[in-house]
Write a protein that binds this ligand. Structure first.
Ligand SMILES: C[S@@+](CC[C@H](N)C(=O)[O-])C[C@H]1O[C@@H](n2cnc3c(N)ncnc32)[C@H](O)[C@@H]1O
Length: 279
């Protein structure tokens, strides 16, 4: 890619999705963008970027963003946050929300859905205790292609082998040829919507649990803080914020306490113990 096109691409990606393209990422970007150039009928990536520079064609911009973002994920990724959610957060919230019987959970960079479905399976484990409750599980991502995969709820053998306990596979999946399809009763418990974390999330309301894992690290420092603050504003004061294992809520406008038992887990410092809040 020419330096001019690389510079334009870096600015475009930062503006559209907040991701920082490292100066030495040229080779990786080239590999990801070659199929997009082909899809839009261009001989090479420079022609694709030139086309965007002159036309700003939204569908080409979207395709470039889709190709650049990293959708890496798996079921029950890193284990510990999901164990904490199931064994500690959920029982505490069941007690704290006993009156309103409402629970709202947000998977804020849901990729192809494994994170949200992992949470859905843990909620299904508590079916009896949650009977009569209004449980909302919202999963959002910027990538429409990742969301299409997530909505279909269909995974390869490789994808289900990564992190999914056999008891969950047996309980919630049906084999369809060489693929595994999530049973529709579980699939229907998750609502997938497109949402860019650079936008204001206030219209989607407040949540008791937010998983915003392995996305902040792709942003530069300023964007990381802006996104962290806007996501944190959607968390109820006694809620749980799960970031990636290497991500931190330090520096956020809300004062968070890191949970010593689970990496990447934060709670607002002023959490009123056991107090239910309106969602
Ligand atoms: C590495 S995946 C993490 C998936 C999952 N949270 C996990 O931890 O396994 C990062 C996801 O963030 C999404 N993403 C990147 N920039 C975003 C943005 N500005 N708004 C919303 N999602 C974004 C990507 O599309 C991708 O699906």
């Amino acid at each position: 890619m020419t330096p001019t096109h690389q510079k334009f691409l870096t600015a475009l990606i930062a503006r559209e999705c907040g991701q920082v393209l490292e100066a030495d990422s040229g080779y990786a970007s080239d590999a990801r963008l070659a199929p997009v150039a082909q899809q839009f009928g261009h001989d090479d990536i420079n022609h694709l970027i030139q086309h965007i520079m002159t036309t700003r064609a939204p569908e080409a911009v979207r395709a470039v963003v889709e190709a650049i973002v990293t959708n890496e994920t798996c079921f029950f990724r890193n284990g510990a946050p999901f164990r904490h959610f199931s064994e500690t957060a959920l029982p505490a919230l069941l007690a704290a929300r006993a009156e309103t019987r409402t629970l709202r959970i947000w998977s804020a960079a849901a990729s192809t859905g494994q994170e949200a479905y992992s949470l859905a399976m843990l909620l299904a484990d508590r079916k009896a205790a949650l009977s009569g409750w209004r449980v909302q599980l919202l999963a959002t991502d910027i990538s429409e292609s990742a969301l299409a995969h997530a909505r279909a709820g269909e995974y390869s053998q490789f994808e289900v082998q990564r992190g999914l306990p056999i008891r969950h596979l047996v309980a919630h999946f049906k084999q369809a040829g060489d693929r595994w399809r999530i049973k529709s009763d579980l699939r229907k418990t998750v609502r997938f919507e497109q949402f860019n974390l650079l936008d204001d999330p206030s219209h989607i309301g407040c949540f008791d649990v937010i998983f915003c894992r392995n996305v902040l690290s792709y942003f530069d420092q300023d964007r990381r803080k802006t996104v962290l603050d806007s996501v944190a504003r959607q968390l109820n004061p006694d809620g749980y914020l799960y970031l990636g294992d290497k991500e931190t809520a330090a520096g956020a406008a809300i004062d968070f306490v890191a949970d010593p038992t689970t990496r990447g887990l934060f709670q607002p410092r002023e959490a009123p113990p056991g107090q239910a809040l309106a969602s």
